[in-house]
Ligand binder design. Structure first.
Ligand SMILES: [Zn+2]
Length: 146
């Protein structure tokens, strides 16, 4: 199901989204996030960006291999000291591109749609997308990271 992106001043983008329980249809949410991420042509999409009050996002982990993951209840366990600047875009702010400084490497935990726990290391592009989407779930957007 294709959903509209909420406007950048919508309250759902400006508050912390609560942890996601097991009483929601995670397979449906996962499918919806992936479908909308590709429809809106993003490399990541948080549920709240399409008006869903769910602590989850979809992201492309590797563009070359078309590797997509959906992360429920994501956490950042550790961040490298090495930070890098990179220009970011955001589906919620279609005409803005902002240079943001972020750790280059992170270790993260998340649950998948089956409730299984994952712990992975991300670097470069994937680390950046994860941190950008993770911010969305905490009510933070990239204009606050300038
Ligand atoms: Zn964004």
């Amino acid at each position: 199901m294709i959903r509209d992106l909420v406007k950048s001043d919508h309250s759902i983008l400006h508050r912390r989204i609560n942890p996601c329980g097991v009483n929601v249809d995670r397979h449906f949410i996962s499918k919806t996030l992936i479908e909308n991420m590709f429809h809106h042509e993003g490399c990541g999409l948080s549920a709240n960006q399409i008006g869903m009050d769910i602590r989850a996002f979809a992201m492309i982990r590797d563009i070359e291999y078309n590797d997509v993951i959906v992360c429920f209840n994501p956490r950042i366990i550790s961040r490298s000291d090495n930070c890098v600047w990179c220009e970011e875009g955001c589906l919620s702010f279609p005409d803005q591109f902002i240079n943001v400084n972020r750790p280059d490497k992170i270790i993260v935990k998340y649950e998948d749609e089956d409730g299984k726990d994952h712990k992975i290391t991300l670097s470069g592009f994937a680390a950046r997308v994860f941190q950008h989407e993770f911010d969305h779930l905490n009510g933070i957007d990239f204009t606050q990271r300038q």
